[in-house]
Structure formats: C-alpha cells, structure tokens
Design a protein around this ligand. Structure first.
Ligand SMILES: Cc1cc2nc3c(=O)[nH]c(=O)nc-3n(C[C@H](O)[C@H](O)[C@H](O)COP(=O)(O)OP(=O)(O)OC[C@H]3O[C@@H](n4cnc5c(N)ncnc54)[C@H](O)[C@@H]3O)c2cc1C
Length: 469
C-alpha cells in the first residue's frame, strides 16, 4: 500500500495560523442567525433531542488538508476538537461547548478491490451503501443495521453489524486507518505501523484522539443463504419467551442474530407483545438446518399469534424491517446493559418493562450474544452473553421527564445486573458505566496522554472510575 503522503499529495504538515482558511464550509455563529446556526448543527444529528451544548464553530472539510488546517487552528486558539461522520451517536457526542466541530460528511466515498477483498472508505460512508456495493461484487462487510449509520463512529466504538456474530465486530475487520493526529500530522496506523493508534481505534469510540480520514477494510465472501424467521407473541407470553431465549442462548449458531423486540405495536399494527426476529446468514445447508432447528424449539411456539417460516430474504428487506423501528426526525433516549445475570434475576425487570414500555416506536431489544473467546487484542473489550438495549422514542420536547427518560431510568434500576455497557448505544451524558476492561482503559489512557498530551480532542461525555495505569 502506498504511504499516506502519496495518497494525499497536499502539504501535510499544517502550520499554526491566526485565521482558518479552508476549501470546505465554515459555519460561524458570529456570521449566522442563531436559528441558522442551530439548523446547521441539528442537520448533523440523527437524534433530534434539544441541544444542551454547542460548538463555537462548525467546519465541513473538503479534504485532508482542510482537516489538518482545522486541527492546527483549534490547537493554536486553545479550543477542543470534536468530530462527527454520520451523526448517529445517540448521545449527540460531538455537540460540545468550547470546541470546534469537524463534520466529515464530504468524506463519503469508497473503493472496493474485489480480487483482494478489501475496501478503502471515507468515515462518512453510509454502511448501507458500502454493503450494497460489496454485495454486488459477491462480497460482504458487517455494517450497522440501519442505513445512515456511517462507518466513522460505528467502527471506532466496535461495530455490531449484520452477520457480526460470525464475521466479528466491525472493528476486527479494520486493516488500517489514515489518521490526522493532534499535532496535525497524517499517519497510517495498522498492526505494524503506529500500532498504538491501531489498537486504540478499534473500540475506543468517542475516546479516540485523532481524526480518521480513511478506513482500510477486510471484506468477506457473501453468505450463501440469507434467511429470516419471525414469531410474534402477545405480552402475556413474555415469561415463556424470555425463559426459552435464555435457555437456548449458548447453543444458537453464530449464523443467527437472535433478537426479541418488545413493543406496544407488534408487527407494526398489532397490540403489545414480542417479536422474535432472526436474520440468518448461513454458508452451508447444514448450518441453515441446524439454525432452524434451534429457532423452532420454543416450547410455547404454538402460542405465537403469527409465525412466519424460515423465508429467503435480502438486505433491503432487512433494512426496511429494522428501520421501521427507528424513525427519523424523532427524539431518542437510549440506554443498554451487557449481562450474564440469570433469567430469574432478569425476569422482574423484563416484566416491569412489559408493563411500562411507552407507545411505539419505543422498543426494547434483547439479543443473545455469547461472544467468542478469541477476540484480537484491541481497545474493544466489553461484552457479555446477553445484550439488552432500550430505545425510548418520542416526537417533540413537550413530554414529562418520566416519559423522556424511560430508558435511562429503567436501566438504572437494573444496573446492578450489568457487567457493563456497549458504546454503540451509550447514554454517557445521562448515565455512566464501565464500557471497557479496566486494563484496556488504563492502556488507552497511557496512549492518549502520549498522542494527545494537550487533550485537544474531546472524549466520551463521561467515564467510570479508571484504574491507575
Ligand atoms: C438508527 C441507528 C442504528 C444504529 N445501529 C447500530 C448497529 O446496528 N450496530 C452498532 O454497533 N451501532 C449502531 N448504532 C450506533 C452507531 O454505530 C454509533 O452511534 C456510531 O457512533 C455511529 O457512527 P456515526 O459516524 O454515524 O456517528 P457520529 O455521531 O458521527 O460519531 C460518533 C462519535 O465517533 C467519533 N467519530 C466519528 N467520526 C470520527 C472520525 N472520522 N474520526 C474520529 N472520531 C470520529 C466522535 O467522537 C463522534 O462523536 C446505531 C445508531 C443509530 C442512530
């Protein structure tokens, strides 16, 4: 692979400057009406919750030279830097006071090398676009489950994607990254080059201390059999369904993404209940049959009010099905736990959720995860057997605090059963918790202090007590 300076032939070392001159766009609140500035900021966000923090300037760089100029400018005037690629952080992580915001949305192009089964992609690449193009060439990548989730933030925080139980976290499929550092230097990071940055970029999420301008990705062959199975139950069967889910958890083949969605509106038009939804990505007939057998083992399956057999499916059907639960132009209060608590410990909380869950599209997701034991050494280090995530969704701001914080408050009550939280669905501006193994957090802090000694880059909204390095 050519070194970064051959791929980006601009002047690579920026100089400290008193004025920011770039080819891209500047959104300066001193030159815009407050409404126009707010509109520009909100356009970077999926979550439409009212902003509580705002950057001093928003920059949309056109190229790497613009990124370097902005980083150098921020450092020279003593401002922090925050970054967004697709703006899908639930906690609006890039909205920070006393900061310059880099909105990377022009960095949305990618190139696939079919023979090498690799891709080079800008951080604002929509995962759905990348996957579509890869599949047209017989390839696959574990991108996020909704269109619009950019690979920028998704891969940094770990990235649980389509077929991710088999293909690994998205970040395990990152071969390298091109990064602008706090010093305004463009570096390539991989297993063999700047490996401290490579280690950090795979799992630190918003705690990363550099601007990713390109990802180098490993692609996989497209799975042979893409199928789906769906069973729908009324809420009165909650206990039976979750007990079964807990029982089969360890045996569910990696080809299956077994999930249970709790909602007030099952199948989008029926009443309160549970949707047992399983996308299947099998590479052989045997694997498909084994997966079907386990998914058909529910002892109360005859109680399902609707049961779809194992049907051929495709990614556009999957996207349509999932995205119906995550409408645009809404406010989101999202929180989650990893757990390996027993089903007896979890059951009272599941029942409480069944009783209190607000109107759809609000929903709760249960995922049988059972991670593999052999992840590579990287910052990503927090996962457990069961994943529970609450997506509290409402429109407009005129609701009671209780309604607006249903997810946060419900998770607070079961936090004692949690081994940690997943950064993908973090709520760190409202509730903190452990999201990395202690030793990984300590290592990350040491690398961060060396690479960004002036703490130029903002990090997560909050973090739990860290162990001493
Ligand atoms: C509808 C929806 C569906 C989702 N589905 C999934 C899913 O299936 N699996 C999953 O794992 N997650 C999922 N997520 C969570 C999502 O992956 C994270 O919010 C992720 O951060 C989104 O990436 P982004 O670039 O769009 O986010 P952004 O909000 O742009 O970025 C989040 C943070 O990442 C950092 N960052 C972003 N870009 C850069 C960059 N170029 N350089 C340095 N730092 C950067 C910044 O700290 C930033 O604040 C979903 C989120 C939403 C809203």
């Amino acid at each position: 692979m050519p070194p970064p300076d051959e791929r980006y032939p601009q002047s690579l070392k920026g100089t400290t400057m008193s004025e920011l001159k770039i080819k891209g766009n500047l959104f300066d609140p001193a030159k815009l009406t407050p409404a126009a500035y707010d509109k520009a900021l909100m356009s970077t966000l999926f979550n439409q919750r009212t902003l509580t923090q705002k950057p001093d300037l928003m920059v949309q760089p056109k190229d790497v030279e613009d990124v370097i100029a902005t980083v150098n400018y921020a450092r020279s005037i003593g401002k922090k830097v925050s970054i967004c690629s697709g703006g899908h952080s639930w906690s609006s992580n890039h909205m920070r006071n006393d900061s310059i915001l880099l909105d990377m949305h022009y960095f949305n192009t990618f190139e696939i090398n079919r023979e090498a089964q690799t891709a080079v992609a800008g951080p604002a690449t929509d995962g759905g676009d990348l996957l579509k193009a890869a599949m047209e060439q017989g390839l696959f990548f574990p991108v996020g489950h909704c269109k619009g989730v950019a690979i920028g933030g998704y891969l940094l925080q770990g990235g649980f994607g389509w077929n991710g139980r088999k293909l690994g976290m998205g970040c395990e499929n990152v071969l390298g990254l091109d990064i602008v550092t706090a010093e305004g230097e463009l570096l390539h990071a991989s297993e063999t080059e700047n490996s401290d940055l490579y280690w950090s970029a795979r799992g630190s999420g918003a705690g990363f201390f550099g601007v990713v301008v390109a990802y180098h990705l490993k692609l996989h062959p497209k799975p042979k059999y893409i199928r789906t199975m769906m069973h729908f139950y009324k809420m009165e069967h909650l206990e039976g369904v979750y007990r079964w889910a807990a029982e089969i958890g360890p045996d569910i083949p990696a080809a299956a993404e077994f999930q249970i969605l709790m909602t007030q509106k099952t199948a989008l038009f029926m009443g309160p209940g549970l949707e047992v939804m399983t996308p299947i990505f099998a590479d052989s007939r045997d694997e498909l049959e084994e997966t079907k057998k386990i998914l058909n083992s529910c002892p109360i399956r005859n109680k399902a009010f609707l049961r779809l057999p194992c049907l051929p499916s495709n990614m556009s059907l999957f996207y349509r099905g999932v995205m119906a639960h995550y409408p645009h132009d809404h406010c989101y209060d999202v929180d989650n736990i990893w757990t390996s608590a027993s089903i007896d410990e979890l059951m009272p909380h599941l029942k409480e959720m069944g009783r209190t869950i607000p109107a759809a599209p609000t929903h709760m997701l249960w995922l049988n995860w059972y991670p593999p034991k052999n992840r590579p050494d990287m910052a990503f280090s927090m996962e457990d057997n069961i994943y529970i995530a609450l997506y509290n969704i409402y429109k407009g701001d005129n609701h009671s605090a209780e309604r607006k914080l249903w997810a946060t408050n419900t998770v607070r009550k079961m936090a004692h059963l949690s081994s940690g939280l997943q950064l993908a669905d973090e709520n760190l501006n409202h509730r903190t918790g452990k999201f990395m193994a202690d030793e990984n957090m300590a290592k990350l802090r040491t690398i961060r202090e060396a690479r960004d000694p002036g703490a130029l880059f903002n990090e997560w909204h909050s973090k739990p007590e860290m162990v001493k390095a």
